[in-house]
Ligand binder design. Structure first.
Ligand SMILES: Cc1cc2nc3c(=O)[nH]c(=O)nc-3n(C[C@H](O)[C@H](O)[C@H](O)COP(=O)(O)OP(=O)(O)OC[C@H]3O[C@@H](n4cnc5c(N)ncnc54)[C@H](O)[C@@H]3O)c2cc1C
Length: 579
């Protein structure tokens, strides 16, 4: 196979955002489109999404895009860019209907319309009561999105490079000219020369011990962009989802609470009534996860170690559980031996979603500073990107919405740019950095092991930088990270082979994970307030005077540099978040 490729548009990542981008770029007859993905497309994490995609269709009860925008802004604790939320809440309606027309098998209302259910933080009339806004396909919504989009992309003649790991972006003079990737099957490096490059590589939850995220979610492009001088926006805002299976982190969708599920402590008390009197168990995730931690800390956790909470579905009709929540019912039965129809399920918060990421404009152009300077020909969409729709805390169902709205925008914009541009000259040394990285890892002394360092990173991030944070814990984590960084110089690779060398790729991914942890910890230490998912026990209040601004963190030699970007405000003034 040749190792130098040219495509007008190159998409990195084949999850919901990447496939949506590829599809829409391919609608432009003047451009060629390729997707590079380290996983076979339908194995992307989007396929694990369960609960639904939020859009104000109003199929079950009255709903309006305006209410959706407000909920997103309030849910994001007012760090959301309000123009982005307004645009999103309107465009997601159209995008859901487009998915339906592409053949996505949504669950249906009795009269045949797309069925909708309740989800956390989604309300009618600006917070009055919970509203049915999540469009779903049982608890397999993401699976259906991914299958539908992959089929369509094949039909559209998009070229796929599967099991290719992107190791570098080619950026020259403020412009992106493509990417360098490692082919797993052969161990060879490939250069992809492009006019437009779209980053759609998903999240980074694998930096924590207990996570809902798949193994591949190691934040690769958040690290590569950072190494290439692009800042990361708001990495301190990392979401813990309340209902992960105890100790395993496997997700039980919030749709379970949308269908009437209740959280209970060891005394059987429905404790969310105390924390969010109006919408109770359907409060936003940051609030519910904190409430669960507090219950456990105050001795009301369940089990021998008093360290978990219960998800109670036993009062719901068994037929509804089996029909609308079949997958998660199966997970509880298989992994914990607990039957949700008759028993309460042990759960704990699980690392779930990065609100921050590669900063973009509302049009998905990647920017390199707080003045919105655009990196030419470079776009980002999906969980890897930060537009910023989710602000300090994402509402459930707004990520799938984000993928289809901003994936589509990225595809259309990247194709239009490519159609009117020439290929920029390719630097002859474009593979050098990737080759040096691989050679260093292959030749390393192997006195440290990748698996051990990864475990130390995950355990310590869980202990020191998760749901509750303090200066003391974060400073401790800075020390641990410095130690891990020094020891990473001593890793190596036992397998000398070229073909399918997954050991080598795990060593590369450890470096990516490290960068993601560094971004999060330094940004969290710097932000001396509590907002959304970032909760500082030593700074408990939200501080709009000093901190109503986005973080931009840069790699600066061996350290970091922090800068800021203003939040785009709109109709809604920051108010205390009461639910
Ligand atoms: C268990 C679970 C359930 C969820 N449920 C919901 C839900 O119900 N509703 C909702 O709105 N959100 C949900 N989410 C969140 C949502 O699913 C994700 O945020 C979203 O799917 C991310 O999509 P993406 O396209 O950005 O990335 P992904 O789907 O993660 O895809 C990433 C792609 O990037 C590729 N890639 C990564 N690194 C590289 C590299 N170095 N080189 C080449 N390719 C690379 C991968 O191969 C993959 O194709 C859930 C998340 C999880 C984990």
């Amino acid at each position: 196979m040749k190792r130098a490729h040219r495509f007008d548009v190159v998409v990195i990542g084949a999850g919901g955002a990447g496939l949506m981008a590829a599809r829409y770029a391919a609608q432009n007859p003047n451009v060629s489109v390729a997707v590079i993905t380290k996983l076979y497309p339908t194995r992307s994490h989007t396929g694990a999404a369960q609960g639904g995609v939020g859009a104000a269709l109003g199929n079950v009860t009255e709903d309006r895009a305006e209410w959706h925008a407000f909920d997103t802004i309030k849910g994001g604790d007012y760090l959301t860019d309000q123009d982005v939320a307004e645009l999103f809440s309107h465009e997601v309606i159209e995008a859901v209907y487009e998915l339906e027309h592409m053949g996505l098998p949504f669950s249906r209302t009795p009269d045949g319309r797309i069925a909708q259910r309740k989800f956390g933080g989604h309300t009618r009339e600006f917070g009055k009561s919970a509203v049915e806004r999540a469009c779903y396909a049982a608890d397999r919504t993401g699976h259906m999105i991914l299958q539908t989009l992959y089929q369509q992309s094949i039909k559209d003649d998009v070229a796929f490079f599967n099991e290719f790991y992107v190791l570098d972006l080619i950026i020259e003079g403020g412009e992106c000219r493509g990417a360098v990737a490692f082919e797993l099957a052969t161990g060879e490096l490939h250069t992809f020369h492009a006019k437009s490059t779209i980053i759609a590589t998903g999240g980074n939850g694998r930096m924590f011990k207990v996570t809902s995220n798949a193994h591949a979610l190691t934040g690769d492009l958040m690290s590569i962009a950072y190494r290439r001088g692009i800042p990361i926006e708001d990495p301190e805002f990392y979401q813990f989802h309340p209902t992960g299976l105890y100790k395993l982190g496997v997700l039980l969708t919030e749709g379970a609470r949308g269908e009437g599920g209740i959280l209970r402590n060891a005394d059987g008390e429905r404790f969310m009534e105390r924390y969010a009197p109006s919408i109770k168990d359907l409060a936003p995730r940051d609030m519910v996860s904190r409430a669960m931690y507090l219950e456990i800390r105050e001795g009301r956790g369940a089990g021998p170690e008093k360290d978990y909470i219960y998800l109670d579905l036993t009062h719901i009709d068994a037929a509804i559980i089996e029909e609308r929540l079949p997958d998660i019912t199966e997970f509880a039965r298989i992994y914990l031996g607990v039957d949700p129809v008759t028993e309460m399920v042990p759960i704990q918060p699980t690392a779930h979603y990065a609100m921050g990421g590669i900063p973009t404009t509302i049009d998905t152009n990647v920017i390199s500073d707080g003045r919105n300077t655009i990196v030419g020909g470079l776009y980002a969409a999906g969980e890897v990107a930060c537009a910023s729709l989710h602000g300090a805390n994402r509402l459930g169902t707004n990520s799938l919405g984000d993928l289809i709205v901003f994936g589509r925008r990225a595809g259309i914009r990247a194709a239009a740019h490519a159609a009117g541009a020439e290929y920029g000259p390719l630097p002859s040394d474009n593979q050098d950095a990737s080759r040096e990285l691989l050679e260093r890892l292959r030749a390393g002394p192997r006195t440290e092991r990748v698996a051990h360092l990864r475990r130390e990173l995950q355990d310590s991030m869980q202990d020191n930088a998760s749901v509750f944070r303090t200066q003391e814990l974060l400073e401790k984590q800075v020390g641990i990270l410095a130690d891990i960084k020094a020891r990473m110089l001593h890793i190596g690779c036992e397998d000398p082979g070229q073909q399918y060398n997954t050991e080598l790729m795990e060593a590369v991914e450890l470096g990516f994970l490290y960068d993601n942890a560094e971004q999060l910890v330094f940004a969290a230490l710097n932000r001396t307030e509590s907002r959304g998912a970032h909760s500082r026990e030593d700074h408990r209040e939200r501080d709009d005077t000093d901190w109503l601004k986005h973080t931009l963190i840069y790699k600066d030699g061996d350290g970091v540099r922090i800068d800021y970007k203003p939040v785009t405000m709109g109709k809604y003034e920051p108010k205390p978040r009461i639910y």
